[in-house]
Write a protein that binds this ligand. Structure first.
Ligand code: AMP
Ligand code: MG
Length: 337
């Protein structure tokens, strides 16, 4: 059993974590999206430890996190004009690009695909850690596979204590949902996972932006998906999640005979006064809902709820990211009123 330390992100502690990573260990780091579980992207044994600690399926590839443009040039064999424009405009920030991989990328990182996922985080602690290492870090969310993503050091500790040596505590993640993921081709962007970089923002650098069907629908088992991660259950608390799409009055009516000691509802801040008991709120607008959603899903389990009815968020801008995470947390259990 490993003793897991929660460390303040001082320069000394960041150096200490970089040393751990250089000797094939894995550590959790804060980013602006969610906490990541970091290992050297160039160290096969260390990357294997990540799959092990998270219980992540081997065919679900990892994102390489960089802190300068030289690292990008090392990881991809094709720098298109569009990729330059995207990198210039959105990095550092919550955007991951899927691009053709170079020879130095390990098969275990890409799950054997001929593309690689790359992101340049804006969080200063993540940047310092990558800089101190001097190589890219793979860093999937620092939770057990399938559970709500971690947005505080305490969430990471709850899931991974005894499995990793250190967690750099950077406080609560600013954004709260994972990065936007796009596949970048010569003149085309395909949105694979919505996040804080929205479709409208992407359209400023490329007119041709399309959203992958798996953002809204459960992938058909017989169809080959672009992003292997979408095949798996994600973000789910132990409680059964039901996403309910309707106005406040429709929602109230729908759940009126359903709440009991073990059944909760999660609504917008302004809805709260309409419910007496067993109610949680997750924000007043899409930005705050993104910030809070994973904490609330974890809270649902702390309360030992069996079932939770969640009022469906807006499906535009960053709201689309919240909607997508809730659809997946519910296993696509969406009730349309
Ligand atoms: P996570 O690390 O949990 O934020 O998830 C990363 C997501 O990126 C997963 O859904 C992966 O399937 C996806 N991903 C990583 N690399 C690739 C790639 N080369 N092509 C398509 N999707 C990828
Ligand atoms: Mg994840």
């Amino acid at each position: 059993m490993i003793y897991t330390k929660i460390l303040k992100p001082t320069d000394e502690n960041i150096s200490c974590c970089a040393s751990l990573i250089k000797s094939s260990d894995i550590v959790a780091m804060p980013t602006e999206t969610v906490y990541g579980l970091a290992a050297s992207a160039y160290d096969k044994n260390a990357v294997a430890k990540i799959f092990d600690a998270k219980g992540r399926p081997q065919d679900n590839p990892l994102i390489c996190h960089i802190s300068n443009f030289d690292m990008l040039l090392n990881l991809t064999c094709k720098m298109s004009n569009l990729l330059y424009r995207i990198a210039e405009r959105f990095w550092p920030g919550p955007l991951t690009v899927i691009v053709p991989r170079s020879d130095c990328v390990l098969d275990i990182v890409t799950a054997g695909l001929d593309t690689v996922a790359i992101r340049f985080p804006s969080h200063i602690v993540a940047q310092k850690l990558i800089n101190e290492c001097g190589f890219p870090l793979v860093a999937p969310s620092a939770n057990l596979s399938g559970t709500p993503s971690p947005t505080t050091a305490a969430h990471v500790y709850d899931d991974l204590k005894g499995k990793i040596k250190a967690i750099l505590d950077g406080g609560t993640c600013k954004i709260g949902v994972e990065s936007t993921i796009i596949k970048v081709d010569d003149n085309e962007i395909k949105l694979l996972r919505p996040g804080a970089i929205t479709i409208k923002m992407l359209q400023k650098v490329c007119k041709n932006v399309t959203a992958d069907i798996t953002i809204f629908n459960k992938p058909d088992e017989n169809i080959k998906v672009i992003s292997p991660g979408v095949k798996y259950k994600h973000y789910s608390p132990k409680a059964n999640v039901i996403l309910v799409d309707g106005s406040l009055s429709q929602f109230k009516k729908y759940i009126s005979d359903k709440l009991d000691n073990n059944t909760f509802c999660v609504v917008f801040d302004e809805d709260q006064a309409h419910f007496k008991n067993n109610v949680l709120t997750y924000g007043k607008d899409s930005l705050s809902q993104a910030h809070n959603i994973f904490s609330v899903l974890r809270k649902v389990d702390d309360l030992k709820a069996n079932t939770v009815f969640i009022r469906c968020p807006q499906k535009t801008d960053i709201g689309l990211a919240v909607y997508n995470r809730l659809l997946r947390a519910s296993g696509f259990n969406l009730v349309k009123l």
